[in-house]
Write a protein of this length. Structure first.
Length: 279
């Protein structure tokens, strides 16, 4: 029985590489005023950040409907395939809940839904691992079980280059944003228990790199699994972070990725992050 790996567009894997992995990503929607776009389909990452810079207000995002998932589930049921869906954290989005509703509507037993409790590069890591398991011949039930074991071992740490979009999105007051901007404050964030949370701040980019480097350097990283460096809009910042880590002796075989519109809506351009599994 064929096994199909599904995810959603917040994994931020480029469409061409999704085809290489043989993975289908269900798109979330990105809404600028009266304009609605399918993430990664109607709107590329470059186009998104261009629109974000030109907009006076933050866009909103919308999860796929149960019907969006049901169409896919029915297609693969007719093919006699098993399905493993790995989705964005249920704390951040109702996307996983839509998939669960669709599973009930479909009434098909061979659908396995995994709440990643992460997003962007963290979700990408889990999808990559699921594909390796699928290609080794592992059945869908076992893939879902193994991925669920990896969920609490997934780590994503990032710095935010500008406070502007945290202010526009209502996650930071205008006063705090103005003071922080004047002082060159760079928030440091992670994904913990499914939520994006602050782990402190840094004074300037160099200090942010130092703090991220220390986190990575002291982590018990599982180097047998994929590791990702990622960025929003400004790829140079990601490579600067990597160079800084190399200078500090933190050298790993990083893969590269780019954050898309869902997380990009809140952190804006210029952010950089590291994602990996711990042992």
């Amino acid at each position: 029985m064929k096994t199909v790996i599904l995810t959603d567009s917040t994994c931020d894997i480029e469409r061409e590489y999704l085809d290489t992995l043989d993975v289908k990503a269900v798109p979330l929607k990105v809404i600028f005023g009266q304009e609605s776009f399918l993430d990664g389909i109607d709107l590329t990452k470059k186009e998104f950040f261009e629109k974000l810079a030109a907009s006076d207000v933050n866009p909103t995002t919308s999860q796929p409907s149960p019907e969006d998932f049901l169409t896919l589930f029915e297609t693969y049921r007719q093919q006699g395939a098993q399905i493993v869906y790995i989705g964005i954290s249920s704390v951040l989005s109702g996307t996983v809940q839509s998939a669960k509703i669709a599973k009930e509507m479909c009434g098909y037993n061979h659908i396995y839904i995994v709440d990643s409790l992460t997003t962007t590069a963290g979700l990408e890591l889990l999808v990559r691992e699921a594909c390796k398991m699928r290609d080794s011949g592992m059945p869908a039930r076992d893939i879902a079980s193994e991925i669920e074991k990896l969920v609490p071992k997934t780590r994503v740490y990032a710095y935010v280059d500008t406070l502007k979009y945290l202010v526009r999105g209502g996650r930071l007051s205008k006063t705090a944003g103005a003071i922080g901007g004047a002082l060159g404050i760079k928030p440091l964030i992670t994904v913990a228990d499914g939520s994006v949370v602050s782990i402190g701040t840094a004074r300037g980019q160099k200090n942010a790199f130092e703090k991220l480097c220390e986190i990575v350097k002291t982590a018990d990283i599982d180097t047998d699994r994929p590791m990702v460096l990622t960025f929003t809009e400004n790829e140079e910042n990601m490579h600067m972070l990597e160079m800084y880590m190399q200078e500090k002796g933190v050298v790993y075989p990083w893969l590269y990725s780019e954050v898309g519109s869902v997380i990009g809506t809140h952190v804006g351009p210029g952010a950089a992050a590291a994602a990996y599994f711990v042992k």
